[in-house]
Ligand binder design. Sequence first.
Ligand SMILES: NC(=O)c1ccc[n+]([C@@H]2O[C@H](COP(=O)([O-])OP(=O)(O)OC[C@H]3O[C@@H](n4cnc5c(N)ncnc54)[C@H](OP(=O)(O)O)[C@@H]3O)[C@@H](O)[C@H]2O)c1
Length: 354
Amino acid sequence: MRKPRRNHSAAFKAKVALEAIQPEGEKEMDTVNKHLLSRRQFCARCAAFGLSLPAISAVLAVQRSARVLAATGAAAETAGRTVRFPDGTAVPALGQGAWHLGQGRHPPAVEEEAVRTGISLGMTLIDTSGNYGNGRSEQFIGHVIAGQRDRIFLVSKVEANQVSGDGIARACEASLSRLGTDHLDLYLLHSPVPSTQFSGVVAAFEQLRMAGKIRAWGVSNFDMGQMEDLFRVPDGHRCATNQVPYSLNNRRIERDVLPWCTQHNLPVMAYSPLGGDNNLLVGDRTLAQIGAAHKCSAAAVALAWVIRSGKVIAIPESGSPAHAKENAVALSIALTPRDIQTLAAAYPGPFGAA
Ligand SMILES: NC(=O)c1ccc[n+]([C@@H]2O[C@H](COP(=O)([O-])OP(=O)(O)OC[C@H]3O[C@@H](n4cnc5c(N)ncnc54)[C@H](OP(=O)(O)O)[C@@H]3O)[C@@H](O)[C@H]2O)c1
C-alpha cells in the first residue's frame, strides 16, 4: 500500500513552483567546456551548416561567456545552457531524443547528419531506450556516436516489465551491446513499477553503478507521490532525474513534480518539449513573433522556454539537419521577462498566466 503523501500547502507549492521556473544566472560549464570549439572552427562549422550571422553571433557570445566562466567561475549571462546533476556532472540543457530514429522516418543518412549536426552544435546529450524500435534506435545511435563516445552523455532506459530477477542487468547489457559502448552515463526506469518494487530496482541500478556499467540512474514518468516513495527506500535519493513530458502546451509538472524535484536538487528531463508529434508547437504565431525578434525559429523559442530555469534539460527529437540547427539555437537565446509573460498569457500554467 502506498504511504501517505506529504501535504504541502498551496502557498508552499506556488512559492516552490515559482522558484523552479525562474531563470537562474549561475551555470557551471565543465562538461560542456571540454567540447568548446575555437572561434574559427566554430564559424566554419556554422557556415557549413548554413547558420545565419545573428545565430552565429549569439552562439559565439555563449562560447565567450563559457570561457570566462571556465577561467573565473563567474556567473553566466544567459540562463539555462547547462544543467547540473546531484553528483556534480554538468550537461547541456538541450539534448537530442531518439525515439523514432533509425526506423525509416527519414532516410538513414539524413538522420545521421541531423544527429551529428546537433552534436556539433552542443546538443551532446542523447536520449534513447532499449524498446525504441525494438533496439533499432540504440543501434542507430551506436553507429552515429562511434568514434566520439567520449563527447556524448548517453541516456537509455529499461522497461517496467523487465525489472524482475536480473532483468535490469540483462537489459543493460543488451543496450550496451547495441550502443557499442561499455557504459551508459544515465540509465532510466522508463515508467513506474509498484512502489513495493522500488527497493529492488534501486539495488539493481546501484549494482550496475558500482560495476561501472552506468554512471548514474533515474526514473521516468514518476508523479510526486512516486518520487516521495522512491526517496524513502535505501539509496533512493541517489536518483539523478525524472524524465517527464514538459512543454508550453503541457505544463502539468509545474503543479508538483517540478517544484518537488527542484526542492530535492534534482533536474527534470523534459520529453516532448516541442509538444510531441501530435501537438507540435512549431506553427504557433506567438512563438514565431518572439522568434522573429530573436532571429530564430518558433521551435527554438519553445525550447528556450523549456530550459529557461537552468533546472530542466530538454530532449527534442529531430531527424532533419535543418531542424536540428534550429533547435540548437535555443542554447543561446535569453528570453526576456516580456517574452515569458507573453508566452504565459498564451499558454497559462497550472497556477495561471505566470
Ligand atoms: N520517457 C518517456 O516516456 C518518453 C516519451 C516520449 C518521448 N521521450 C523522449 O523524448 C524525445 C522527444 O520527444 P517527442 O519525439 O515525443 O517530441 P518532440 O521532440 O517535442 O517533437 C518531435 C517532433 O518535432 C519535429 N521537430 C523537431 N524539431 C523541429 C523543428 N525545429 N521544426 C519543426 N519540427 C521539428 C520532429 O520532426 P523532424 O524529425 O522532421 O524534425 C518530430 O516530429 C523522444 O525522442 C524520446 O527520446 C521519452
